[in-house]
Design a protein around this ligand. Structure first.
Ligand code: FNR
Length: 359
């Protein structure tokens, strides 16, 4: 693993280790994958404007996120079925985050249960990602379990009333290998291992009629703060604040839902302006270097999250690999700060970036 020194190295290594069923499930975006690639390209449209001759001999990356501390502002986005990457699955990932001092968001569709994840990394900051199911008692049960297990926030994903069309999964008839299961659900009556069934069965139980009133309902059944993940417009950011969201997560699901939706980095500035400091704003999608993290923070994100890069780390070497990916991003951010004349992550703002006139 010592030869892997950047995130693309980890992806390359993961592509050789994983089955094509797993690699393509992780890698793919919806339809033509325009959004998947634009999420990344958006970072090339912004360039860093460094300052010089400032003392950068010691640097601080510690930050405050949702009223708690993180050692550096890069967390792990919720991604389903992490045992497809490595036998340690979600347990390896959450332990990597615990060691790094960041935030782990556990997907509803995980291959280790809420309780197993809590037990594996009691000191990690853990949030639980939720979908609203037609049978509300399923959502209530998950919320109560997350609360009891010490998760500190709920992340309601609002961009997936149905799953997007990821062509590779359709071609592969994506399925969970029969030794794995969605650990937060009872296995009987919930088949994910028949060819092509893994996502379509989930689609069937998810509620497509969810509205802002259901968000109010969710608030009424929990005392946990709620982050809304999948906000892409200032209009919805305004609604989110009006309805009392505790934080806004700018995301297009890593280009896996609506294709040709615009890049998250392009969505960020208008949302940050609308929010005007009233709550945290997070962003994910396409981040794979420390300079990407720097640009997202410069455009107003409180913290960024990574989906696939963490999965590549986990695939290569379980907990150790996922931890290494987080460390690489931390070190690259640290160096970017130093070379930009910044010694505290909190100083990063829009004066340090310019929009490229070339792209
Ligand atoms: C996801 N994502 C996701 N989001 C969510 O809210 N619940 C989920 O269960 C999943 N599952 C999932 C599986 C896989 C394989 C991927 C790649 C992504 C979306 C995820 O949280 C995040 O928004 C994106 O992955 C961010 O983009 P990058 O960092 O992967 O480019």
């Amino acid at each position: 693993m010592d030869k892997l020194i950047c995130i693309p190295d980890f992806e390359q290594a993961a592509s050789k280790i994983l089955t094509s069923n797993a690699y393509e499930y992780y890698k793919s975006g919806a339809d033509d994958e325009s959004t998947l690639s634009d999420n990344k390209q958006a970072y090339q449209r912004w360039l860093i404007k460094p300052r010089v001759l400032r003392d950068v001999s010691s640097r601080k990356l510690v930050s405050t996120v949702l009223d708690g501390k993180v050692n550096f502002p890069v967390g792990v986005s919720p991604s389903a079925m992490q045992k497809l990457a490595h036998p340690e699955g979600e347990l390896g990932m959450v332990r990597a985050v615990e060691q790094s001092g960041s935030i782990y968001i556990l997907s509803t569709n995980s291959t280790c249960s809420i309780e197993e994840v809590a037990k594996a990394a009691p000191a990690a900051r853990k949030w639980f990602q939720l979908y609203v199911f037609k049978d509300r008692s399923v959502s209530v049960g998950l919320v109560k379990r997350a609360e009891a297990a010490g998760f500190e926030a709920l992340v309601l994903t609002v961009d997936a009333p149905l799953f997007g069309r990821r062509r590779a999964n359709i071609r592969n008839r994506f399925a969970l290998p029969s030794h794995l299961k969605l650990a937060n659900f009872p296995s009987e009556g919930f088949n994910t291992s028949d060819k092509g069934s893994a996502l379509s069965n989930l689609d069937k139980i998810m509620d497509q009629s969810v509205t802002w009133d259901d968000f109010k309902w969710l608030q009424s059944i929990t005392k946990l703060p709620i982050v809304l993940k999948g906000i892409m417009s200032p209009e919805d950011a305004k609604m989110a604040l009006a309805y009392g969201a505790n934080a806004i997560f700018v995301s297009n699901h890593g280009g896996r839902q609506l294709d040709t939706v615009f890049a998250t980095l392009d969505a960020l500035p208008a949302i940050v302006k609308e929010v005007a400091g009233r709550c945290d704003v997070y962003v994910d999608g396409g981040i794979s270097t420390g300079s990407d993290v720097f640009k997202a923070l410069a455009l107003g994100a409180t913290m960024v999250f990574i989906g696939r890069p963490a999965l590549w780390g986990l695939s290569v070497s379980g907990q150790v690999g996922a931890k290494r990916v987080l460390e690489i991003l931390r070190d690259e951010l640290d160096l970017t700060m130093a070379l930009s004349g910044i010694s505290d992550v909190k100083e990063i703002d829009s004066q340090y970036v310019i929009r490229s006139s070339l792209l």
